[in-house]
Structure formats: structure tokens, C-alpha cells
Design a protein around this ligand. Structure first.
Ligand SMILES: Cc1ncc(COP(=O)(O)O)c(C=O)c1O
Length: 352
């Protein structure tokens, strides 16, 4: 039985070209800024985003933390969507490490308006923590990979800037948004102060994320990265696949999006599987399985037994993520597996 792993796009393995690039990478001590491959990747990332500078960090979590530490002081407040990864999945690091408190904004599929930012921001009052940063997530993971358009982002960012805040994008999957909407990532960068994006998700690198922003921001972020243990030495071994990724792996994300849509088409015919089709804009499909009579944990356990790995995403929802290595035929197999685990399919061999 072949296992089909749709838990996350983080399970992608590096390509042969990436592995070769690692063996050939020029190396040096990056804390001394002497790793030529890291320097090349940082220049490439800055150019790609139309930013002044960029910084390699170990992970998306570290990139977001370093960005928050750089934009904020202890006791400041960050405005963030109520199910944003920064708030939901990063171990409370904003509070535990950076001393920052969150103020939550409820988004519509992860997206909110400038007016909501204005309403959430604190005025000057001796009782309030200063609202220092707005953090947006694009694509929004828990909302099912939904995208902010550059215009929506401009609206929220303008409001934040007018209120004296900086704006950071958790763009772990920002290239998925850019490919889905057919816009360059620089269209996002020009409205905000910093972006974190992951090399290690759909772009298929083994590790690493990048921060992009102004020269001044990146200089301060470099010091904070050191503080949280992210000063790496011959980090060219991480940067080399990153260069391959930025040069060759972005456009193919469209295949993952097509496979996600194919999955929705196939699953939608099953009455027990409920998907908010409008949220499926990139490579993530979140399905409500409550009508199957199973909890998400039971659904996942049954799927895993049949070689289909999915993530439990809530008491009644599961997440499927498409990525490099998953084919259209795999998607058809996934749909058959899902049908076969539904209690209604007693024979275990159903029709899709
Ligand atoms: C939206 C988002 N932000 C940040 C991260 C954190 O990235 P990492 O796992 O590299 O720390 C993830 C990881 O899944 C994510 O989905």
C-alpha cells in the first residue's frame, strides 16, 4: 500500500538539484557574514520582493518571532487575526519570549479590513498597551489557504500605518498567494514593513525561512536572530537549496492548487464531507467531517490505516495539503480512500 501524505507541504523532500547545490555551495561563517551562498540567497530574496535586504532564519516561527521582537518593545501589542499561526501555533512565543500581547481581529477567511484595524487599535490611554504592530497571514493556514489580494492588504496596512503601527506579513506560503492571484510578491511588499516566507513548505527546501524588509529593519533583526539562537555558521548548506527554490520552484505551485481543486471536486459529491469551496484558493483543503458521524480524530485514524495521512484540524475538521510529489492520480486515490472510510460505505469499495 502506497502512503499518500497530505498532512502538510512541509513533508516535501529536497530535489536532486537542491542536493547537488548543497554539495557545491561556497561556504563561510555567516555570523561573520562570510558565507557567499547565504549572501547570494539574501540578495536574491530582497530582489524578488523588491525589498532593500533579507535575512536567512531557521524557520517560519523564528522569522515571525524575530520580526515581532524587531518591530516591538516589551509590553507592546500586536494586532493579529484570531486564528493566525503566530497566535495559534507558535507556542505563545510572542508573550513568553518577546513580552508582547496579542489583540485579536476576527477575519473573514483570514482577511479583515482597514476599518477593523482602526477599531481594534488602541488610542493613547495610560491603561492600554501601545498597539505597535499589525501581523497579517497570507495565505491563511487555518482559513484553508485563503489569499489576501494586494488591494485588501493595502487597505489594512494603510490603516495600521496611519495609526502609527508597523505591518508584518507571516507569508509562510506567500508564493502560493502570488501564484494563485497572478501577482508578483513585490505587490505585497510595497505595502508592508516586513515579510517572513518559508523555503521549507511548498518550495520543497529541507529547512529555512527568510525575512525581508528595509536595510535598517534587517540589521536590527540580525541581532535579534542571534539572541534567539539563529546565528548559524556555514549556513550555505541551507541557503543553496533556497536559491534553487526561488529560481525554479515557484511557478509549479499552480499544480498543487489544481490538485487541491480536483480534490474538492471529488469530495464534494460526498454528502458527509463539507468543504467551504470559496476558501480553497491554494493548496489547502479543510473539510468538516461531522456529518460522517466520526470525530476528526476517528476520521484521521481510519484514513491513516488506509495509507492516507491527513491532519486533525479541529474536533470535526481535517486538513489535506497538496504539494510536489502528489499527482492527479493520487488525488483520485485519496477521494476513493475517503469514500471507503465513510460509515455509509459498508463494503469499503465505493463508487468514486
Ligand atoms: C502560516 C504559517 N506561519 C508560520 C509557520 C511556521 O513555520 P515553521 O514550521 O517553519 O516554524 C507555519 C508552519 O506551518 C505556517 O503555516
Amino acid at each position: 500500500m502506497r502512503t499518500i501524505d497530505l498532512r502538510s507541504d512541509t513533508v516535501t523532500l529536497p530535489t536532486r538539484e537542491m542536493l547537488e547545490a548543497i554539495t557545491q555551495a561556497g561556504l563561510g561563517d555567516d555570523v561573520y557574514r562570510e558565507d557567499p551562498t547565504v549572501n547570494e540567497l539574501q540578495e536574491l530574496a530582497a530582489r524578488t520582493f523588491g525589498a532593500e535586504d533579507a535575512l536567512l532564519v531557521t524557520s517560519g516561527t523564528q522569522g515571525n518571532l524575530v520580526a515581532m521582537m524587531t518591530h516591538c518593545c516589551r509590553g507592546d501589542e500586536v494586532l493579529v487575526e484570531s486564528e493566525a499561526h503566530i497566535y495559534y501555533y507558535e507556542v505563545g512565543n510572542m508573550a513568553a519570549v518577546a513580552g508582547i500581547v496579542p489583540r485579536l481581529i476576527k477575519g473573514d477567511r483570514g482577511v479583515f479590513t482597514g476599518e477593523q484595524v482602526r477599531q481594534a487599535a488602541r488610542g493613547r490611554d495610560i491603561h492600554f498597551p501601545p498597539s505597535r504592530l499589525l501581523a497579517l497571514e497570507n495565505t491563511h493556514n487555518r482559513a484553508g489557504g485563503s489569499c489576501w489580494t494586494p488591494a485588501q492588504m493595502a487597505d489594512a496596512a494603510k490603516a495600521a500605518h496611519e495609526m502609527g503601527m508597523k505591518v508584518h506579513i507571516d507569508g509562510a506560503r506567500i508564493f502560493n498567494a502570488a501564484v494563485a492571484l497572478g501577482v508578483p510578491v513585490s505587490e505585497y511588499m510595497r505595502h508592508v514593513d516586513s515579510i517572513q516566507f518559508c523555503l521549507s513548505k511548498g518550495l520543497s527546501c529541507p529547512a529555512g525561512s527568510m525575512l525581508v524588509g528595509s536595510r535598517e529593519f534587517i540589521e536590527a533583526a540580525r541581532k535579534n536572530r542571534k539572541m534567539v539562537g539563529g546565528g548559524m555558521r556555514q549556513a550555505g548548506v541551507i541557503a543553496a537549496p533556497g536559491i534553487v527554490a526561488l529560481n525554479t520552484m515557484v511557478a509549479r505551485l499552480a499544480e498543487d492548487h489544481a490538485n487541491a481543486r480536483r480534490l474538492v471536486d471529488k469530495l464534494e459529491v460526498l454528502d458527509e464531507i463539507v468543504i467551504d469551496r470559496a476558501s480553497v484558493q491554494t493548496n489547502i483543503v479543510v473539510a468538516d467531517v461531522s456529518a460522517t458521524g466520526m470525530t476528526a480524530a476517528e476520521f484521521k485514524a481510519r484514513a491513516w490505516k488506509k495509507g492516507l495521512l491527513v491532519s486533525e484540524f479541529g474536533p470535526a475538521s481535517v486538513r489535506f495539503v497538496t504539494h510536489r510529489g502528489i499527482t492527479a492520480e493520487d488525488i483520485d486515490q485519496v477521494a476513493m480512500t475517503v469514500e471507503s472510510i465513510l460509515p455509509a460505505c459498508r463494503s469499503g469499495a465505493c463508487s468514486i
